[in-house]
Structures are given as C-alpha cells and as structure tokens.
Design a protein around this ligand. Sequence first.
Ligand SMILES: [Zn+2]
Length: 231
Amino acid sequence: MPVECPQSLVAGSQFAETEFFSSQIIAILAAILFPVFARAREKARQTSCLSNVKQLTLGALMYISDYDDIFFGHIQGRRDTPGYPYYGGTGFCNWATQIYPYIKNNQLFTCPSHPNYDWAPSWTSPDAYFGYGMNYWLTYFYYYISMADIKKPAETIWFTDCDYYVVYPTYYLHTYPTSTAYGQNGFARLQLRHNDGVNVAFVDGHAKWLNRQAIEGDTGLYGASKYWWGR
Ligand SMILES: [Zn+2]
C-alpha cells in the first residue's frame, strides 16, 4: 500500500523550493542593483562636492574683489626667507583661513567622498590637510598675481579635489610618479574621487566634473598647460 505524504509536508517542500528560487532571484537582483545603488550614492556625493567647490570659489572671488583683485597665496607670506612676513613658522595661515570669513561654513571644506578630512577655522597649522586643494600655480612660489594676469579664467582651475591645501599640477604626476608628495599616491596630487574623475572650479567661478583623461592628459609645463598655468 502506497504511503501517502501528509499534505502539510508536500506544501512545505513546495514552499521551500519557492523560497529557494526567491532567494536566488533576490541574490541575482542584489548583485545587479548594488553597484547601481553604489554609483547613485557616489553620484549624489559628487553633486554635493561640486556645490562645495563652487561655493569655495565664489567666496574666494569675493575675497579678491575686496583686495583689488589680487590673488591670495596658498600660504599667507613666505616662511622660508628671513625678512618676509610670517618667517619662522608663526602667524601665517593657509588659504582656507583667509577665505573663511566669506564662507562661514566648515562643512564646505570637506569632500563628501573623503569625509575624514575636515577643517576648522581654529586650526592654526598652515599645513592642514582637508578636502580641497588650491592650484599651486596661481600662487607660484608664493608670489602674488592679479586677476588681470589670468588670460583664460574660464579654463584655469583654482580649486579641486585634493588632500592637501595646495594641488600640484598634473605635470608633477608624470615627472615624479612615485614621489610621496607629487606622485601617483602622493598627498599633493589630484585625487580621482568621483567616478574616476575630479570636481574642479575655475577662476571665473564655474565648476564642473572632469574625467581622468582630461585632467591627467594636461601635462604641459608653465604656458603649455591648459588648466593650470593660466598666464
Ligand atoms: Zn570631491
């Protein structure tokens, strides 16, 4: 006499099978969708960062308009030459400190894709690390330049994603690829934080995202650089 399966067990096995396939479908969907969600989150951070770097630039433009359109240095004064202001390591400040009265929001100095690097006006170190870097060639060897010296303000980068308070031109990336300061992993290099690109803000006040090819392909030194030299 055939043994009949209790109905509850049959139903249970069907349920287990259905559950198994459901969990497989969920796993497949998750594998497809998680990278999409991750990209969407990074896209949101990229947009937020773009807003930060643009607002920093608008603050910087207000600053220089109050100072006869003279650019500020990445460090106020020279610290390596006796006789210059701030020589000896006291009293000088970085560019963030200088434009802060026009910004008045610490959070704008932190890139959302690099959240542990923040800044506060109470910081006294001129060598502070935070979310953004200033184009070193706009403060070349601490000399001061005027807005009138910038020939193509809409193409000349002022601020961008960088660990350091100053960003070195991509020329250095190619010249010293293994340098701890200027090389591929150096603290003073551009950081491709957003979908293999960086947010940049230009001297005319507009900001946009540039991809790796655009930013690292611009290796010209001095006058040959499209994005950095500006004069
Ligand atoms: Zn950023």
